[in-house]
Ligand binder design. Structure first.
Ligand code: BGC
Length: 741
């Protein structure tokens, strides 16, 4: 300790000396030639200084892409500069403005395999949302941001925050669940920390992009009030926390206009009301016009230059697009570059810190696993009592499944269920990471007999399970961008497999590797259910720790699990009209191609748990639900109406240390005419056995307000608000009132 202290002054002197030497050489040159390199200036000031230097062509080069790596329909002369990523936009080399080198990075950096690189897969975004932990979200983003930079990228396309209106949405695993406060807070923290690594952050897909069916044309019909109180609220919270450089507009239409040419969502809400200063980047092929999109607030077309290339230049020359609009687009791109720090600190390729990534991925997964059922304490497994375990199904001998589409992270060594060397990943392949639960359990239980059966033959799997002390069935459900699930049932006859195993062994535990909710017709017959989501690069180790009780489960559902599709707002995903005009097309010209495909979001703000409560439907597992190996008691709620804080006590009444997520909900006064509660805050509390803690949760007033469409403003209703506190949206033992005058 002393040695460290004694060396400190020397270090300071040396650094100061170096600073003087370096400063003498560089500072004056920078000040004279490149005043925007003065990092004391704000990103706004710096971008303005650069903008003044730009020619029209340089400005125009900033507002479009140059193709996408590996996509034959999206090739342009500069496509090789994408670094194997999703896109490339030229910088201004003569002024020291780096190009945008863009990669997808939903739960890890995409397409590493094709580029001979390595990326860590975090748990799926929905999985990580079950931690309800902003700190974990931050670490999630930090790892991805660091790996993007190490691979030579400076823009991320992560940051999905679309609400789970449609649980069969094939991208549910890429988002953070059904509640705007929870999703917005977690995605915001993730992207804040990702951008903190000096990559331009992105929040997507703006907005109401809540299903994949007909995604290039579907018209989301939804009132402004509803949008503001649900889907847009999630975006606003995430954007306020992350302050991202970019927001990606979505493929779908919103009340008629495409997401990337919707002046209400882009101009009125995002840029004017929320004061977003970064740039709006189109989803890939989501630009449909030149003048309309430009004036509506789209700043950059990706990945091509179909509408914002030559056509935009012609429109400017002809006076159809004012120069001020081009300035605004270019300024915003420059702003994002300064904001994220990529002008001062462009990416340098280096070796990814694999160990750090794996460590973080494991810790987050341990906080994200949700224990859904645990009859007669079948879990945790006690080695002295359990001498044999039968593991069945889900390729659990070799790995665990992952989510597909543009979020897909490549598994080291290739797809674990393919023969070695045959594991390259392709669009919509079902990819298993080489994270073998069988090996992870065997490593922790050297004295227990653990065997595997693939579960393909039901009879043999049942007889295999019969003789073991415990049977663990691994069930999966694969999801991807570009498709919706037909239903929430487990595919491939897995329900029947579970039934058979449960009939053969009373100590059957089901491990679910799913991207969204699943139905569980066998629930009453099994002893335990553990939801591990898409568990990422270290999911097997996290799972083993949970199964053995080395880690006490603490995750809680970020989305409701319904009993069946009949209980959803739409029992079936609305199908596309036959031969619909726009089906399957990227970049359809919005002036000439029309589609009649629409989804009416008549459930309004009743998204997720709010729907079940308002419609008096009992879910299978409610939002916010999750068990632990210990138990907790709630008491002593008091509410401070003027400070808008609530206080209560949580006690660990069991025998193990654990972390409880204490949830706070509010109901609005009668005048607001709202028949559901809203999540208004939560706290993660770690408690030793017998320990209690007083918890204070501050309520953000916005969570109590309603959006007045006629005045375009948020309003607080006067009256009595109900405050409800407890372990899930359905169990709120503490109740009190909050009065607002
Ligand atoms: C997806 C985006 C993705 C982009 C680039 C689109 O199809 O919707 O989420 O970032 O492709 O790969």
């Amino acid at each position: 300790m002393q040695r460290c202290n004694s060396q400190l002054p020397l270090l300071i002197v040396t650094t100061a000396f170096l600073g003087v030497v370096i400063g003498v050489g560089i500072a004056p040159a920078q000040e004279t030639n490149r005043p925007w390199m003065d990092s004391h200036l704000s990103p706004g000031e710096r971008s303005e200084l650069v903008l003044k230097q730009l020619t029209l062509d340089e400005k125009l080069a900033l507002v479009h892409g140059n193709g996408m790596s590996g996509e034959s329909q999206w090739r342009m002369p500069l496509t090789p500069l994408t670094n194997g990523g999703a896109g490339y936009t030229q910088g201004v080399e003569r002024l020291g403005i780096p190009p945008l080198i863009i990669s997808d990075a939903g739960y890890g950096v995409r397409a590493s395999g094709a580029n001979g690189r390595y990326s860590t897969a975090m748990p799926s975004n929905l999985g990580a949302a079950s931690s309800w932990d902003p700190e974990s979200a931050c670490q999630f983003g930090e790892v991805i941001g660091g790996e993007l930079r190490a691979q030579g990228f400076d823009v991320t396309l992560g940051g999905g925050v679309n609400l789970t209106r449609e649980p069969r949405n094939g991208r549910t695993f890429e988002y953070a669940g059904e509640d705007p406060l929870l999703a917005g807070t977690l995605v915001g923290n993730m992207m804040k920390c990702e951008q903190g690594q000096h990559v331009i952050g992105d929040i997507k897909h703006y907005s109401v992009n809540d299903q994949e069916t007909g995604r290039f044309v579907v018209n989301a019909v939804i009132s402004k009030r509803v949008m503001q109180e649900s889907d847009l609220l999630a975006f606003h919270i995430a954007i306020s926390i992350a302050n991202p450089g970019a927001v990606m507009c979505s493929y779908n239409r919103i009340n008629g206009d495409f997401g990337c040419e919707n002046s209400y969502t882009l101009q009125d809400v995002l840029k004017k009301d929320w004061g977003f200063k970064g740039f709006v980047i189109s989803d890939w092929g989501g630009t449909h016009s030149t003048e309309k999109a430009s004036s509506a607030g789209l700043d950059q077309e990706q990945p091509m230059a179909d509408y914002f290339g030559l056509k935009l230049k012609e429109a400017v020359d002809a006076g159809r697009v004012p120069l001020s609009e081009i300035d605004d687009h270019a300024r915003r791109v420059l702003y994002a570059e300064f904001l994220a720090g990529i002008v001062d600190d462009p990416p340098h390729k280096s070796v990814v810190n694999v160990e750090k990534g794996l460590e973080v991925a494991q810790r987050i997964e341990e906080k994200s696993i949700v224990l859904l059922k645990n009859n007669q304490a079948v879990l945790p497994i006690i080695p002295s009592k359990v001498h044999s375990i039968a593991m069945i199904g889900g390729h659990a001998d070799v790995g665990m499944i992952s989510g597909g589409g543009s979020a897909q992270v490549d598994p080291p060594g290739g797809n674990a269920i393919m023969p070695p060397g045959k594991g390259g990943t392709h669009w919509q392949d079902h990819i298993w990471f080489p994270t073998s639960p069988l090996q992870a359990l065997r490593a922790k239980l050297p004295n227990t007999t653990i065997e595997f059966n693939p579960g393909t033959d039901l009879q043999s799997a049942a007889s295999f399970a019969k003789t073991a002390d415990v049977a663990i069935v691994f069930a999966y459900q694969w999801e991807s961008e570009g498709m919706d699930l037909p239903n929430l049932s487990l595919p491939d006859n897995q329900d029947a497999l579970i039934e058979q195993i449960a009939a053969a062994n009373p100590h059957t535990i089901v491990v679910l590797e799913t991207g969204t909710a699943v139905t569980m017709p066998w629930l009453d017959k099994v002893a335990g259910v553990v939801e591990v989501w898409y568990a990422g690069s270290a999911g097997h180790k996290a799972l083993a720790n949970i199964l053995l009780g080395d880690v006490n489960p603490s995750g809680k559902l970020a989305m409701t699990f319904p009993k069946g599709e009949a209980d959803l707002p739409r029992p079936l995903v609305v199908s596309l009209p036959p031969n619909d005009e726009g089906q399957g097309h990227f970049a359809v010209n919005s002036e000439t191609r029309v589609s009649s495909y629409a989804v009416h979001y008549d459930e309004g703000s009743e998204v997720g748990y709010k729907w079940y409560e308002a419609q008096h439907k009992q879910p299978l597992f409610p939002f916010g639900f999750g068990l632990s190996y210990t138990s907790y008691a709630y008491s002593g709620l008091s509410v401070d109406s003027s400070a808008k804080t609530v206080r209560f006590t949580v006690k660990n009444t069991g025998k193990r240390t654990g972390t409880e997520i204490a949830e706070v909900y509010a109901t609005l006064p009668k005048e607001a005419d709202e028949s559901f509660k809203r999540l208004v805050g939560w706290k993660r509390v770690t408690l030793a056995p017998g320990e209690s803690q007083d918890v204070t949760v501050a309520i953000d007033p916005r969570q109590l307000q309603i959006f007045d469409e006629s005045e375009n403003t948020w309003k607080m209703t006067s009256g009595e608000y109900g405050i409800l506190v407890g372990p899930s949206s359905e169990s709120t033992p503490l109740k009190a009132n909050l009065r607002i005058h």
